[in-house]
Design a protein. Structure first.
Length: 116
């Protein structure tokens, strides 16, 4: 089982990034997917989530209207499109897969830094 995030990097405030998370080793379409983020000294935060069929999403209040989660089950990939980025969005972003039986898998994380 593997989840591999990519697409992180350094971006100026107001900029955009798209994170990708490619899954392998399990039946991706059976798992709800989420993006979390963690900054030093803070609790891990749920950023966005999407159901296994992509029919429903939810977002943290801090990113609503700026971030969009989506998935392509044919490509075993979940995305996080981030726009209007702010310095407080700086964090390591992790994708997580969770089945209806609450089995979980996590990626290794991707660093996103928002700074001028």
């Amino acid at each position: 089982v593997q989840l591999v995030e990519s697409g992180g990097g350094l971006v100026q405030p107001g900029g955009s990034l798209r994170l990708s998370c490619v899954a392998s080793g399990f039946t991706f379409s059976n798992y709800a997917m989420s993006w979390f983020r963690r900054t030093p000294g803070k609790e891990r935060e749920l950023v966005a989530a999407i159901t296994s069929d992509g029919g429903s999403t939810n977002y943290a209040d801090s990113v609503k209207g700026r971030f969009t989660i989506s998935r392509d089950n044919a490509k075993n990939t979940v995305f996080l499109q981030m726009t209007s980025l702010k310095p407080e969005d700086t964090a390591v972003y992790y994708c997580r897969a969770r089945s209806h039986l609450l089995y979980e898998y996590w990626g290794q994380g991707a660093q996103v830094t928002v700074s001028s």
